[in-house]
Design a protein around this ligand. Structure first.
Ligand SMILES: Cc1cc2nc3c(=O)[nH]c(=O)nc-3n(C[C@H](O)[C@H](O)[C@H](O)COP(=O)(O)OP(=O)(O)OC[C@H]3O[C@@H](n4cnc5c(N)ncnc54)[C@H](O)[C@@H]3O)c2cc1C
Length: 557
């Protein structure tokens, strides 16, 4: 125990002053302080954005933004189903901090920057550049990202209704967030949501009972959705059973005559996390809607949207992982135990560096996947890669976030477990990305589907992963496990084995091809070759690697 520690304690205890507590984690440059992100941005074609990303990272890492995130989550949305005289109102009131986040993210184009004004894909590196921002936003406030991701993804499904898309695009690409409860054509900007899940089934939407009846050029929708988030969106893409089968519909909050459409919110979900965002239970009582795509083509139409929301789930989980690790390391650098900072204690260093390594794999993986989306239009090879790897990446990264945020929480000791610290919120937020937009097993089934239906293209992707990782420890064995498991039959029972390996190979490949650091070797040795236990801190990293990983995830200031 240093002498000054005792002296400080004696002098300050009497007046209740605080010492040996870490300073707030705030006013951080979320880009400049993150070497893994910088490398991944450069490796995936977005290096030219560095200056803009630095400005973005400083703004989002400011004390003011962190405090707004606290406010948005401590003041959850409230449903006003009826007015004081019993008339239906069906509006949801959000805290001003939530609206501020919406305005910030829409202003930065996170809801639309991957689209041109006509609804076609923007040129590379639009996806990677947006993902870097999305990753930083996820380190601050996650709830509002739900309508942001749904709005950007809905454009992909709207391709099945070109006239409607053309009418909507000016409102979608607008950088004005317009929260007014008004018909979308009268607003300066619009956001979109999605309603698929019903009480009897979320994965198996073929069981949807909500009915659609034709009425001229439009439809009347009757039924319910058990989960429909962001209920103050201007319109929703909704699945319902039309005469010729499950169909996708565009359901606005207002009818064309300006009257309020018949979306009746029953309740808001009382959720584990994701508190700033509202998720409703809703009934449709002859609600007005327009068809998107052909009758009976609902699943195919909505899957174009879901592929993009799945990508965003993985980016957001990677961002939360970086936030948790940086917060844990920040605390450990300022908290002394047994007379020495936690960040200088050998075992804590091993834990933190192992977490940092997990973050390296996650950010490299999601950014490389964004590169595939950026290039997919011109490259069938990259399109196949995006098809196979999106569910695999969502599976691995979204599953990695909850245990990592838990470990980060423990690094803060008791402070991590109380609501005053953002880690408690991150921990409660972390599981949702694995559940919505297709839960873990469903992601694995989707990978199997790609491997069987697009066999040649998927095989080519596997060949590329094998080639890119061939010098890395454990890679050849991992490739062999994938091929053997697929060949042996019973693939469904062992799908998690296959998908985990594919995603880890893709992470190692992204680290290997994207950057000139030893991180790919470390990742492969500990994750692919299995030289690691079950918990963080069991990877037997040497001190030089530990120091490098810690400096990369958050440099000492
Ligand atoms: C906070 C929140 C917000 C949401 N917002 C929306 C929204 O805005 N719009 C919307 O439409 N939905 C929304 N959802 C719903 C979400 O998408 C579903 O909960 C999810 O898709 C899973 O569906 P389910 O709940 O019906 O579970 P189920 O379909 O019953 O699945 C239960 C479990 O079984 C597994 N499983 C399913 N099929 C198989 C199989 N064949 N083999 C092995 N395992 C299988 C799944 O992976 C899952 O783990 C939201 C959910 C949450 C938690």
């Amino acid at each position: 125990m240093p002498a000054d520690f005792d002296a400080q304690a004696a002098a300050q205890a009497a007046v209740g002053a605080v010492f040996n507590q870490s300073p707030p984690y705030q006013d951080v440059d979320l880009f400049g302080s993150d070497r893994a992100l910088q490398d991944a941005v450069a490796a995936n074609g977005a290096g030219g954005e560095a200056a803009a990303l630095t400005a973005f990272g400083r703004h989002w890492g400011s004390a003011a933004m962190f405090d707004l995130a606290r406010q948005a989550n401590e003041n959850p949305p409230r449903l006003h189903a009826f007015d004081d005289k019993g008339r239906r109102q069906d509006t949801v009131e959000f805290h001003p901090a939530y609206h501020r986040f919406m305005a910030e993210s829409v202003g930065a184009g996170l809801h639309a920057s991957t689209w041109r004004d006509d609804g076609t894909r923007a040129a590379a590196p639009a996806e990677a550049a947006r993902a870097a921002r999305f990753y930083m936003v996820a380190q601050v406030e996650n709830g509002h990202m739900c309508p942001i991701t749904m709005t950007r993804a809905a454009v992909a499904a709207l391709a099945a209704a070109p006239d409607l898309r053309a009418a909507l695009m000016p409102k979608i690409v607008s950088r004005d967030y317009d929260p007014r409860f008004r018909p979308w054509p009268d607003k300066t900007g619009a956001t979109l949501g999605m309603g698929m899940t019903e009480k009897q089934g979320g994965t198996d939407v073929r069981t949807n009972t909500t009915r659609a009846e034709r009425e001229g050029a439009a439809y009347r929708i009757t039924g319910h959705k058990w989960f429909m988030s962001a209920p103050m969106s201007d319109a929703f893409l909704v699945l319902a059973q039309a005469p010729d089968g499950l169909t996708c519909f565009f359901m606005p909050r207002f009818r064309p005559d300006g009257s309020v459409n018949a979306l009746q919110f029953q309740r808001l979900k009382d959720k584990l996390g994701n508190r700033s965002n509202a998720s409703s239970e809703v009934e449709f009582a002859n609600a007005y809607a327009l068809r998107v795509g052909g009758e009976g083509e609902g699943l195919r139409t909505i899957l174009a949207m879901v592929q993009l929301t799945r990508l965003d789930c993985a980016i957001s989980s990677a961002g939360m992982m970086r936030a948790a690790t940086a917060r844990a390391l920040h605390h450990a650098r300022h908290r002394a135990v047994f007379g020495k900072p936690l960040a200088a204690q050998p075992m804590m260093r091993s834990v933190l560096a192992d977490m940092a390594l997990e973050v390296e794999g996650a950010v490299a993986l999601v950014m490389r996947l964004c590169r595939s989306f950026d290039l997919a239009g011109a490259s069938p090879e990259e399109a196949a890669r995006a098809r196979l790897l999106t569910p695999a990446v969502k599976y691995l990264v979204c599953k990695a976030a909850p245990p990592l945020t838990y470990e980060a929480m423990e690094c803060l000791g008791g402070n991590g477990y109380v609501e005053a610290d953002a880690l408690a919120r991150l921990y409660r937020e972390a599981p949702v990305n694995a559940i919505w937009e297709g839960s873990g097993n469903v992601m694995c089934l989707d990978v199997l589907r790609a491997l069987t239906r697009d066999r040649d293209a998927s095989e080519a992707t596997l060949d590329h992963l094998a080639r890119d990782t061939k010098d890395l420890p454990g890679a050849a064995d991992a490739v062999a496990v994938v091929r053997r498991t697929l060949a042996e039959g019973g693939a469904e029972a062992n799908a998690r084995i296959v998908v985990e390996r594919i995603a880890q190979l893709a992470a190692a490949a992204a680290l290997k091809t994207g950057m000139d650091s030893g991180v790919a070797d470390l990742f492969a040795r500990t994750r692919l070759a299995g030289q690691r236990g079950v918990t963080y801190g069991t990877a037997a990293l040497d001190e030089r690697d530990i120091a490098s990983l810690l400096a990369r995830v958050l440099p000492e200031t």
